[in-house]
Design a protein around this ligand. Sequence first.
Ligand code: HEC
Length: 297
Amino acid sequence: MKNKLKRIFPILLPLLTISSGLWAQAEEAADPYFYDRLFSNGMVAATIVIVVAAFIALLHLLNVMVKVQQIKVYQEAGLEAMLEEVEKSKEPFWNRIYKRLTDAVPVEKERDVMLDHDYDGIKELDNSLPPWWVAMFYITIGFAVVYMAYYHITGAGPSSAEQYEIEMAQADKAVKAYLATQANLVDETNAELLTDEQSLAGGKSIYDANCAACHGMLGEGGVGPNLTDSYWIHGGDIKDVFKTVKYGVPEKGMIAWKSQLNASDIHAVSSYIMTMQGTNPPNAKEAQGELYQAASN
Ligand code: HEC
């Protein structure tokens, strides 16, 4: 166990350092609040280190207890030679560290720190505070000072409210990017009439550029049918119009637009066409197709 730890640590530490360094480089480029994240990640890392250290300390406590027991047994059995063996085994590095961290009085010397109190046979030892604990106490004080200065006095770090705003802004961006990809997923089965000004303005410019030549600037018709009346050859629902525009009627001279316009463009221009309904432009072409009545449901 001891040997394994000794072998793992020198490998683990540089690995951690290198990987966190690489990660830091990658993050710093993109994230303006990199140092705040580093700070909170540092806290997580420190916690992990403390837990691991506590675990190792426990293991060693166990080890020491076993050894003490060993010595006792050998003494009782009068096996002096074995006793020497045990004592000869040089104190390992981790044991020394452990002793320094705990500053515990050896079991044999406990009498020296025993207090006079006797609580129904339970006695109290006057051990000094373990240095690891005292160190942590001072570290937390230092941490609090740095924390106060960074977040509250200088205001260099964002407050919780600011952090919330930042994350909401990031999420907003992500949602917009997502919706932009979603807009192109629209097709003739799920198209709904768009009514927002931006989409309709986009639809108008697409119409003026691509459709007006055949359907007239105002939709009055020309080579193509009148788009302002309620007569439709291929159906007057937004989904029907979407489908006509997308797949066209090639044999009748209406192009399939799906190779030239993306789905959201088709959606916008189809919605724009719907706004022409009932506008009665001059020179309107005679009605073609059937009178379309919106489904009453
Ligand atoms: C080259 C001429 C031409 C162009 C350009 C053109 N169309 Fe057409 N369009 C036609 C013709 C012709 C028809 C009639 C097809 C038929 O008789 O079945 C038609 C039909 C339609 C219909 C169906 C009308 C109905 O009564 O059902 C819609 C909607 C339509 N076009 C939209 C558009 C849109 C939107 C554009 C531009 C992106 C466009 N068209 C560009 C020629 C054109």
